[in-house]
Unconditional design. Structure first.
Length: 80
């Protein structure tokens, strides 16, 4: 919900927050929020023409939701 709210209110900061979520996840471990970061990052890559690379990140996010049972973020991951 954090990134969706950010996109709706201040879209310029969405990429910054997305990358920060991913960096924190890589440095300190994965959480349900990590899946949201990866799905938005994949969406950003696809929007600049990196379709295959973007798809890999979206697929990673979907797999995280399934594997770890992240029900609290599954709707947002699927929505993006």
């Amino acid at each position: 919900r954090l990134i969706v709210s950010l996109v709706m209110t201040s879209a310029d900061f969405a990429p910054v927050v997305t990358v920060k979520v991913i960096k924190l996840s890589l440095a300190h471990g994965m959480t349900p929020m990590s899946a949201i970061g990866f799905v938005y990052f994949g969406s950003m890559l696809a929007s600049i023409g990196e379709i295959e690379e973007g798809y890999r990140f979206v697929k990673l996010a979907m797999n995280m939701v399934k594997r770890f049972g992240c029900k609290e973020v599954s709707g947002e991951v699927i929505f993006v």
